[in-house]
Design a protein around this ligand. Structure first.
Ligand code: AMP
Length: 324
């Protein structure tokens, strides 16, 4: 029995894709790069590791460059910008694989694994419109067979921020990405700057363990009011959605102050905490200033320092980051 199903792609660029709601620079770039792939191409759905590895081997034998975009699904324009970036890198003759897998090992016991949003039918349509060739949708039974006991653990960059707030999160991320790289065997893989620490850890893993993959990090795609796109934004009530812009406002405040000279990080953190506390349902998990290369905390902030923050809006935990 074949595990490969076909889905007809949308008719873009005759008709705008559903996700192209705002005329952002990212959308424009995507539209420009859309010329790189033929319209009306088909997306294959691959559900088993064996079928995916077979395809990967075929591509290797024919010298076809492969671009890879790992996701947890419930796709938005942020994800689609990664697909566009991958297409721009591999060209129209290359192949692009998008994986959709809500990886249980990167969720803590009290986190939102069970209710993480899923909409596979919509994801398939979006992938087709964005020009992906294959959607890889593995099962947990196959990804984590009974007795699974081998993990990839990055031990330095993963210590602070998300790693401190979410123990075992990056162990789950590094392990699943390593496994996906072995299955898809891509030449390039595209990650979002939205998860800045994650992309730094993946780069380190690829360097340390000699994966023959080039890691590309694409800029964060935002809503018109600055909120970073995220599958988790779906959890927000209209009132919470309005409050959620406080992450963006906090980063902008830090940026404008850093532009005026060096400021102690502790003082800046205090100011931002005060700003965020004005929103009734906002609660700061962390605010960090750090060096973008080493992720080492910065005592003083200045132009070029990186800020990252995690804020609960009600029960929804949002993260964002920016270069000041
Ligand atoms: P996720 O499905 O949330 O695991 O994200 C899959 C990939 O999409 C990761 O590399 C994320 O960093 C990236 N991503 C998520 N949100 C955005 C965004 N707003 N802009 C750019 N990339 C994003």
């Amino acid at each position: 029995m074949s595990h490969i199903h076909y889905l007809k792609a949308g008719s873009f660029p005759d008709r705008p894709p559903i996700w192209a709601t705002a005329d952002t620079p990212q959308t424009k770039k995507w539209i420009a790069s859309a010329k790189l792939f033929p319209k009306g191409s088909a997306v294959r759905i691959v559900k088993t590791i064996a079928a995916m590895q077979r395809l990967a081997r075929q591509w290797q034998q024919t010298g076809t460059p492969v671009g890879f975009v790992p996701t947890m699904g419930y796709l938005h324009r942020g994800h689609l910008s990664l697909i566009a970036k991958a297409r721009a890198r591999v060209g129209r003759k290359g192949r692009i694989v998008v994986s959709i897998y809500v990886n249980p090992t990167q969720f803590g016991p009290k986190e939102d694994l069970a209710k993480y949003p899923r909409d596979l039918a919509r994801d398939k349509k979006l992938c087709a419109e964005a020009g992906a060739d294959v959607i890889f949708i593995p099962t947990t039974r196959e990804m984590y067979p009974v007795g699974f006991s081998t993990w990839v653990v990055e031990e330095t960059l993963a210590r602070g921020m998300e790693g401190a707030s979410r123990p075992a999160h990056f162990r789950g991320v590094a392990t699943i990405v390593a496994k996906l790289f072995q299955i898809v065997q891509p030449n390039i893989a595209v990650f979002g700057a939205k998860d800045f620490q994650q992309s730094a850890i993946i780069r380190r893993m690829v360097r340390d363990l000699n994966f023959p993959v080039k890691i590309i990090v694409a800029p964060t795609v935002r809503e018109a009011d600055g909120l970073a796109m995220s599958s988790r934004n779906k959890y927000l009530s209209p009132a919470q959605r309005r409050q959620a812009t406080v992450l963006w406002r906090a980063m902008q405040k830090a940026k404008s102050q850093a532009a005026q000279g060096r400021i102690p990080a502790a003082k800046m953190k205090q100011e931002l905490r005060r700003l965020i506390a004005r929103e009734p349902e906002a609660r700061v998990d962390y605010i960090e200033f750090y060096d973008p290369d080493t992720l080492a905390p910065a005592r003083k902030i200045r132009k070029g320092t990186q800020i990252a923050l995690a804020v609960f809006i009600g029960k929804t935990r949002l993260i964002d980051n920016a270069r000041l």
